[in-house]
Design a binder for this molecule. Structure first.
Ligand code: KG4
Ligand code: ZN
Length: 334
């Protein structure tokens, strides 16, 4: 069979990224330009600045991806782009750029759901074995999904309130840890001990998650100590938070492994870059003799290689889209 090269474009939040991926699994080139340092000055992503920076940078990112691959746009078989969920203005920059390339170079256009992109980051340098359990841990989603086949998703459970990444970011803010909060909490937690007795969320038999109670408890502890003028042990609180937040994931994952008998697990989304989480998930899977794949760090957070990888099964089905493609801010996996 002929090799298929897909050029993926990602611009849903604060990373402008373009990548060329061969046959949905081999990354030929990847270029990522992050705006994180700019948004850090404001404590979070400023949508207007994000879309303007995508516009300014996207051509340069394309050139970089093409140069690294020693390829031209005319060499690829299709153009794939993230169209949901994300910041509308940011998504539109990528979508219009993708449409232009597809039109000028006569290539099919493929639309990709960013969350499904995170899932297919696991298809890079790794063969997905079905059925599998996908644990999605991102800034906006916390979900446990069964995949019977490519693009066949069945939702087992999801968060009832905040996503785990959101909880990391909000707790970081309360503890005075600068944006982006997730990596900051991870680093801080290494300096501390699990000494705070925090509430365990969702101690039930469902596959759902909850993070707002845990977050509120940390806000309360912080405010109480401040009012009493007592010292806050930030590192211990970061460590205790991370312990409970990750335990919530492993408890539900183990329940699903036990009840479904599924032996393959993948982890997806920005929070899967967390080393403590990676270790705990691997331990949980080992208890059930399940194989687990977690993407390399570079493919955990937002990148265009995962978008090109997710587009490959759609390319094989000729699931192409036309130029009426628009951005959508909200989306789920299924
Ligand atoms: O998947 P992602 O890049 O964006 C969404 O699609 O939502 O995830 C971003 C989230 C943020 O909440 C960020 O704080 C978190 O992933 N994150 C981490 C780490 N790296 C990124 N959380 C904990 N530990 C990390 N090392
Ligand atoms: Zn993402």
């Amino acid at each position: 069979m002929k090799d298929i090269y897909i050029l993926g474009i990602e611009s849903s939040c604060d990373e402008t990224s373009i990548s060329i991926v061969k046959n949905g699994s081999e990354v030929i080139s990847l270029s990522i330009l992050t705006q994180m340092q700019v948004h850090a000055n404001f404590g979070g992503v400023v949508p207007e600045i994000a879309s303007r920076m995508h516009t300014e940078n996207i051509t340069m990112v394309l050139e970089d991806a093409l140069n690294k691959a020693h390829m031209q746009v005319s060499d690829v078989d299709a153009i794939a782009v993230t169209y949901k969920p994300g910041l509308l203005g940011s998504l539109l920059v990528g979508i219009e750029f993708a449409k232009t390339l597809a039109y000028v170079y006569h290539k099919p256009l493929i639309k990709v759901n960013h969350l499904i992109g995170h899932i297919y980051a696991n298809a890079i340098d790794h063969k997905l074995v079905f059925p599998l359990l996908a644990l999605v841990v991102s800034g906006g989603h916390t979900e446990l999904v069964i995949m019977e086949d490519d693009y066949n998703f069945k939702l087992l459970g999801s968060t009832m309130d905040d996503a785990i990444g959101e909880a990391y970011d909000k707790v970081a803010r309360v503890l005075g840890i600068p944006y982006p909060g997730g990596p900051g909490i991870e680093k801080k937690a290494l300096e501390g001990q699990n000494t705070y007795d925090l509430p365990r969320p969702m101690l039930d038999d469902s596959y759902n998650f909850s993070y707002s109670g845990l977050k509120s408890q940390i806000i309360n502890i912080t405010h109480n100590l401040k009012q009493k003028n007592e010292p806050l042990r930030e590192a211990d609180l970061a460590c205790s938070f991370q312990y409970v937040a990750v335990e919530e994931l492993t408890r539900k994952l183990e329940l699903a492994l036990k009840n479904t008998g599924i032996k393959n697990v993948i982890v997806a989304g920005g929070v899967s870059a967390n080393k403590y989480l990676r270790g705990q998930i691997k331990e949980a899977c080992a208890k059930y003799d399940a194989q687990v794949n977690i993407p390399d760090f570079i493919y955990c957070t937002d990148n265009a290689a995962m978008i090109a990888a997710a587009a490959y099964p759609l390319y094989l089905k000729k699931d192409f889209t036309d130029y009426s493609l628009n951005a959508e801010s909200q989306a789920n996996i299924c």
